[in-house]
Design a protein. Structure first.
Length: 192
């Protein structure tokens, strides 16, 4: 499967709210897109990848929590392809969140080389559909809950930097502005 271009900070598609998928869209072409997204995520050593990060404005994401060893979203990645456990979430939603939250370091494939502490609920009850259009409801905890929330934010046009403290945002401002300028320059050159 071909690798896809990961959209970076400053690309307007990252701020768009994704539209729900219809069952009729889950066809062979869509499954190929999922496979390409998975290979792109693994190639970039990511834990998750939302549709709009590759220019799609439909409501789905892929993730593989088992790729991370140790604590946190930015833990070490396993290189063993046999240990992959791809998760596909179509039309994901959070039904409930725990009162307890926790700070952890997050990063993002769309904001390379930047990380910050983000508070998120420790547990979330979620609902989604799989590739066979079966509906699932689950209680997620820990890293799995964090990744689900991070990727779901993407589908709503929200980035992890929107959750950080003012001090963290100011610390990252220079890097974010540089990345936004680079992204906008690249977008304007491809539009010509």
């Amino acid at each position: 499967m071909p690798l896809l271009q990961i959209r970076t900070y400053g690309d307007p598609v990252l701020r768009e709210k994704s539209r729900p998928l219809d069952k009729s869209e889950v066809n062979d072409s869509f499954r190929d897109l999922i496979a390409s997204m998975a290979e792109t995520m693994y190639g970039a050593e990511g834990v998750g990848l939302a549709a709009n990060q590759v220019g799609e404005t439909r409501r789905f994401f892929v993730a593989d929590i088992k790729q991370v060893t140790g604590n946190g979203q930015k833990g070490k990645r396993r290189k063993d392809a046999a240990r992959r456990e791809l998760l596909v979430y179509l039309n994901p939603e959070v039904l409930e969140t725990s009162v307890e939250d926790e700070a952890a370091t997050e990063g993002c494939l769309s904001i390379p080389e930047e990380e910050a502490e983000v508070y998120r609920p420790l547990r979330v009850r979620v609902r989604y559909r799989d590739l066979e259009w079966n509906e699932h409801e689950e209680l997620l905890e820990g890293l799995h809950a964090r990744v689900f929330q991070h990727e779901l934010d993407h589908l709503d046009g929200v980035l992890f930097v929107d959750h950080v403290s003012r001090d963290e945002r100011e610390r990252m401002a220079g890097a974010l502005n540089r990345l936004k300028r680079q992204t906008r320059k690249a977008l304007s050159s491809t539009a010509k």
